[in-house]
Design a protein around this ligand. Sequence first.
Ligand SMILES: [Mn+2]
Length: 315
Amino acid sequence: MPTTYIIGHKKPDTDSVVAAMALQYLYQQRDCFEYEQPRAAIVDPLNPETSYLFDKFEVETPQLITTSDMGSDDQVVLVDHNEASQRLGGLSEDQIVDVIDHHKVNLNLSKPIYMTFKTWGSSCTIVYHLMKQNDVVPDQKLASLMLAAILSDTVGFKGATTDETDKKYGQELAEIAQINNIDAFALEIFKAKSDISALNNKEIVQNDYKIYEFSQKTFISQLETVEQESLVTTKKDELLAAMLEVKKQQSVELLFVAVTDVLKVSTKLLLAGEEEIAIAQAAFGGTAIDNILDIGPKMSRKKEIAPAIEEVLKR
Ligand SMILES: [Mn+2]
């Protein structure tokens, strides 16, 4: 019997991993989805935030897979991403049967498939919506993780991508999870996200990045932290050196690192070189000082940072 792998993006964040697990739970409860042997999987190891949450709630990590684990008649549901550059490498488009996502669509497949796209702040908000439509209630652990994913993706309901639906469903999930203080839970998640103590500088630069196929291949990394100041002062030179190495290794033309303070709601961009400095200044205004540009309260890579850079590159 074929397996239906439910897969989030490369370098998975909490939303990507938990949304896949929540979809597996939903598909197992309701056979109207007709997915055989639904199985959540990951394509890269968990980040420190997700590891922290899985330890805290004593949840097993989904299987780490490559295409060699998959048979030719296995099916794939993509969640929390859709474009090829963010998918499991080598994945055949013909195996994709469904996409559940909240990112910009960049797809041109050769056959019709199912799709659920919403403009909400988290893929887990969408999966919870699908659960509600099908009278499925997540168990307490899953509800805790789904709330964590929503809080992580929306930066505690403060990010620009936050929708009223995220808040409403977050509240409902908090009740199922029996989490009374959502703000305290969000702070706990931010601290776990900020913990980069186990990472070397190159790993820090690549902890949460996306590569965009703009007119120039562009790498945008984001460090969501409660310790912005030390990252852009004492650690700055080491990070800039690591950025140049990563730029070469990843074969990208442009590389930006957004250091976002999730409590102060502010972002400073670390700029790899002269070209990035010129582009960032054109995109956000202001003047970079020592390879750093303060872009103020912009926190969303998806909605505020990447589109502004793309816009300049179109000119
Ligand atoms: Mn997401």
